[in-house]
Design a protein around this ligand. Structure first.
Ligand code: SAH
Length: 406
């Protein structure tokens, strides 16, 4: 079997009329578009039209629905170690400003398709890197990518967190653990905008922390919350609560189904000397707990809703929409006039316009008029290619409930 860092050998021929997405630089070739393929799984291929024209080079996995992920649209590109190095370097260079101007130490270095490196995620946490390989094609070059990252970034250690569901669709098992260098110290603490967050790289959610919410934490840090009561629903380890406390919140309620996450949130608040701010840590289902607060007649000035992904496939979209509507509707009920709702969806399949419609429908159902005062999303270290809108998944709305409603 030829390896992926050798010049392309296999050939994939598309069905007649199926070349448009590739021509428009969309990097995915679905199984239904393929006429014939002569290649080994995990190796490089050249994709051609029925007429035999060159379309792209990419890597091949017949077990996946996405049979080819395109790497290059140039016939003369040689996809060898120096090609991968240049792509990594470009992604790293694009983030240089984050470290320089915002003094950030934790951010996404490589965001897969969006950085021309389909299937590869690399997050930087100070001196440590966390890598996530999502596809067979990346598995095939992983040892080389690790070597290149060591050379380019010179980390103290690299941890692998290839424990995501999408690997199953590629026929891959989970792989986690230290793959290079030394393990991070325990506790491992990162700094962001003046706050300290303990992060569990080997076992925390995603690669350890919700890096994608960074600009939204910064947004919250730009608000004045003097004397306000805040509900942080789906709080995880409490990062939004720390921002709210720093901005003067008088009372913070964290709700999450994970007791471990709530314990971590409490420790994090103490680490930042924010434990004088009265806080509640409620281990409960948010859908139920919001109803409890409604029964109690409890109200808040700011409610943050950052639920997990509700839609995993297009079949889930309707059910997801009902879930989003339910929590948003309850949140609108619990908001005082003039109060703010910071509501997120990280389901890529629920597109921004649909999400806004859901939030609108929720407000109507509870007779709350609200203004959108901000559209939020994933940070600039999670860019979205114009040719690959699927890279956009996180969106948020900031809604202010009008005072004249009451
Ligand atoms: N806002 C957080 C991330 C939230 S992740 C941050 O920025 O760090 C989603 C969280 O929701 C997880 O911590 C998970 O434990 C919790 N969760 C999932 N379903 C839940 C439910 N039905 N009720 C309460 N918490 C839930």
């Amino acid at each position: 079997m030829s390896t992926i860092d050798k010049p392309s050998t296999g050939i994939v021929t598309l069905k007649h009329g199926r070349e448009k997405p590739l021509r428009q630089r969309h990097p995915w070739v679905f199984s239904g578009a393929i006429d014939k393929a002569d290649a080994d799984p995990g190796t490089l291929v050249v994709v051609r039209s029925q007429a035999g024209e060159f379309l792209a080079q990419g890597y091949y996995n017949p077990r996946s629905q996405i049979v080819v992920r395109a790497l290059s649209w140039r016939e003369d590109d040689v996809i060898d170690a120096s090609w991968w190095r240049a792509r990594l370097q470009a992604a790293i260079d694009a983030r240089a400003g984050l470290a320089t101007y915002e003094s950030l130490v934790a951010y996404r270095l490589v965001y897969a398709e969006s950085d021309g490196l389909p299937g590869l995620i690399v997050d930087r946490y100070g001196d440590y890197l966390v890598i996530q390989s999502l596809t067979l094609g990346i598995e095939a070059v992983k040892p080389m990518l690790i070597e290149l990252l060591v050379d380019l970034v010179q980390p103290k250690g690299i941890i692998e967190r290839s424990d995501v569901d999408v690997r199953k669709k590629e026929g891959l098992e989970d792989i986690t653990g230290l793959v290079w260098g030394e393990p991070p110290p325990e506790p491992f603490i990162i700094r962001e905008y003046g706050l300290q967050y303990p992060v569990d790289l080997p076992a925390g959610h995603k690669t350890g922390f919700y890096l994608d919410q960074r600009e939204n934490r910064r947004w919250l840090l730009g608000q004045s919350l003097e004397g306000q009561e805040v509900l942080n629903a789906f709080s995880y380890t409490g990062s939004f609560s720390a921002c709210a406390a720093l901005r003067g919140a008088r009372q913070i309620v964290n709700v999450d189904s994970s007791q471990a996450a709530l314990d971590a949130a409490r420790d994090m608040m103490a680490l930042n000397d924010l434990d004088q701010v009265p806080a509640e840590y409620v281990a409960a289902d948010v859908f139920e707990q919001l109803r409890v607060y409604r029964e109690e007649g409890r109200t808040f000035d700011l409610i943050i809703l950052d639920p997990p992904k509700f839609a995993h496939s297009s079949r889930d979209i309707e059910r997801a929409a009902r879930g989003y509507k339910d929590i948003n509707l309850l949140a609108f009920r619990l908001l005082r006039p003039g109060g703010l709702l910071l509501t997120f969806s990280c389901s890529g399949l629920v597109r921004p316009d649909l999400f806004q419609k859901i939030v609108f429908a929720a407000s109507i159902d509870v007779y709350r008029q609200a203004q959108i005062i901000g559209w939020l999303g994933q940070g600039s270290d999670h860019p979205v290619l114009l040719t690959f809108p699927e890279g956009q998944y996180l969106k948020g709305l900031v809604c202010r409930v009008l005072r004249h409603e009451e």
